[in-house]
Design a protein around this ligand. Structure first.
Ligand code: MTE
Length: 299
């Protein structure tokens, strides 16, 4: 019970941009002083109280390991995540098979405490460790013709019991428009709470796009392709009426089978009041990316 997360957030508490800039300053300051890092001052300053490690690692969606919320924690232990190679190809200057352990030391890794909103109308707050996807894109060099980034999850049936069932067309696929991918909020996460990414959460590296529904956060990425065409995505292929390419959190556009106006906080207890869902999950600074678009059509 000590770990129970209690909601103290109001709309006014959600200042993600200030928060992540802050974090960089905190990190830089701490590094300069040679201090060990702790997220405590930042958390207190922003009021974003993360869910417990237990919540974040025991209530998961990772269909390659089963469709139940407890299946990934139960079944993902057998996944081999080291060594890990990411193929980066398509419209890039330096395509290749990048070994993750060589890549990570070249990136600026930091902690980002973000709200997480699942399309199933539940939410958490997660302290991710990771680096900006933009930094990786700069490292490999994006060609001017590229407009989108496509991602693929590992497909290894012998370690992924859920892939025996045709729930989705494996491998799991996702995509972003290039400006979304380059946005400084967009991360490739390699850990949670300063610990290496647990297998059930998408070890060793997964996408984090905090203004989009959770299914965009593709796990255990083995391929990143720069392209000039909008990539196919697993959930859109499975049900285009219910899952669009953009999948921005939007309380005004309901899922065909349920409302998106409110959300249930995981860890808040069975009788916790549902909270209103915020446009772009509260990350208003991304609104300019969609200014010219009808977000009812482009859901
Ligand atoms: N990635 C893969 N490869 N397979 C999946 O089934 N599920 C998605 C996303 N990434 C999924 C995936 C969905 S629906 C959600 S809500 C989030 O992962 C859940 O992330 P979490 O388990 O870390 O909370």
């Amino acid at each position: 019970m000590a770990n129970r997360w209690r909601n103290t957030l109001t709309t006014a508490d959600v200042t993600p941009e200030a928060m992540f800039l802050n974090r960089r300053q905190v990190m830089a300051g701490a590094a300069a002083m040679g201090l060990g890092l702790t997220a405590a001052p930042l958390r207190a300053a922003t009021g974003l109280e993360p869910n417990s490690y237990e919540d974040i690692t025991s209530y998961n969606n990772y269909y390659e390991f089963g469709t139940g919320k407890e299946d990934p924690a139960r079944n993902a232990g057998q996944l081999t995540t080291d060594p890990w190679t990411i193929k980066i190809d398509g419209l890039v200057e330096k395509p290749g098979d990048y070994v993750l352990s060589d890549l990570i030391p070249q990136m600026t890794t930091e902690e980002r405490i973000y709200r997480f909103r699942c399309v199933e109308a539940w939410s958490m707050v997660v302290p991710w460790n990771g680096f900006e996807l933009a930094d990786l894109l700069d490292l490999v060099g994006v060609k001017p013709e590229a407009q989108y980034v496509a991602f693929e999850t590992l497909y290894r049936p012998e370690e992924m019991p859920g892939t025996r069932f045709p729930v989705l067309d494996w491998p799991y696929r996702e995509g972003l428009r290039l400006d979304e991918a380059r946005h400084p909020l967009t991360l490739l996460a390699t850990g949670i709470y300063g610990k290496p990414m647990p297998n059930q959460n998408g070890a060793p590296i997964r996408l984090v796009v905090p203004w989009k529904y959770g299914f965009k956060y593709i796990k255990s990425i083995t391929r990143i392709t720069l392209t000039d065409k909008q990539p196919k995505t697993s959930w859109n292929m499975a049900n285009a009426r219910e899952y669009g390419f953009y999948s921005n959190v939007n309380p005004q556009v309901d899922h065909p089978r349920w409302s998106q106006a409110t959300e249930r906080r995981i860890g808040g207890g069975l009788f916790a009041r549902r909270e209103p869902t915020l446009m772009f999950n509260g990350y208003d600074e991304v609104a300019s990316l969609y200014e010219a678009m009808d977000l009812r059509k482009n859901f």
